[in-house]
Design a binder for this molecule. Structure first.
Ligand code: C5P
Length: 237
């Protein structure tokens, strides 16, 4: 398989076409951004750490019966994925209150959420990824009710698998965001799963081990990502 021209450069990853119309190469860069790109920094080793972390998680999910776009690692910072037609909706599950939920509703950070919540956001940088719902997604054609139902079921299936995986490593999976796409009409998990797109706390001390370290200027960002990886068995180079 041959890597061809760049298709798209996101805030942390770049996407390349290949000689196979059904395959893309994802490149994980060291670039890190938060607050709709207002805070930006390159963090050494982040591309490698997130690429390997994501590959490990995607393989776990695939093994648990969740269809993902991930195919193989290509290098320290690249992997091969299926070319999806992305659905412009972000699915967020929360097990513990944090982040925008705390801001929006004034609930206490750290409060257990039973049952876990499910939220939809529109992928739209200009509008700051506004919260939406099934009705808006259907009316504006972002996703069909059937697709939304499947995305919701898969997002909760991911919760069952990953809550346990991180619990075994002494961590709490606080919340996470998933994105899906269509591969020849079937719903498939796309994008990435790394500490950039979820919240993970140490189960004992509740120390933050995810991108909130970057957002809040706590330092030790990549060290925390590597610590999470080590605890669940990810091999870094
Ligand atoms: O900001 P908020 O609390 O809504 O984020 C919920 C979860 O989704 C967090 O783990 C955050 O890192 C992730 N997220 C993301 N990309 C976004 C919005 C949220 O990865 N655009």
């Amino acid at each position: 398989m041959e890597k061809r021209q760049e298709l798209y450069a996101g805030k942390a990853k770049s996407v390349y076409l290949t000689d196979d119309p059904d395959r893309l190469v994802l490149t994980f860069r060291d670039d890190t951004s938060a607050f709709d790109g207002k805070k930006k920094e390159a963090l050494e080793r982040k591309g490698m750490v997130n690429n390997r972390f994501n590959a490990f998680i995607m393989e776990k999910l695939q093994a648990a019966g969740i269809p993902t776009h991930f195919e193989t690692l290509l290098s320290d910072t690249e992997c091969v994925v299926k070319k999806l037609e992305m659905i412009p909706v972000e699915c967020v599950v929360r097990n513990i209150a944090a982040g925008s939920l705390v801001k929006r509703l004034g609930v206490e950070e750290g409060q257990a959420l039973t049952p876990p919540t499910f939220e939809l956001f529109l992928k739209n940088d200009e509008k700051g990824d506004p919260m939406i719902n099934e009705s808006l997604a259907e009316t504006f054609g972002w996703a069909t009710p059937e697709q939304l139902a499947e995305m919701k079921a898969l997002t909760f299936k991911v919760n069952a698998v990953l809550k346990q995986l991180f619990a075994d490593g002494g961590m709490l999976l606080v919340d996470y965001k998933l994105e899906f796409g269509l591969f020849h009409g079937a719903i498939v998990l796309g994008d990435e799963f790394s500490p950039d797109g979820c919240r993970l706390w140490d189960a004992e001390t509740r120390e933050k081990l995810d991108k909130d370290r970057f957002r809040q200027g706590l330092g030790g960002v990549i060290e925390a990502y590597e610590e999470v990886g080590r605890r669940i068995g990810v091999k870094f180079s």
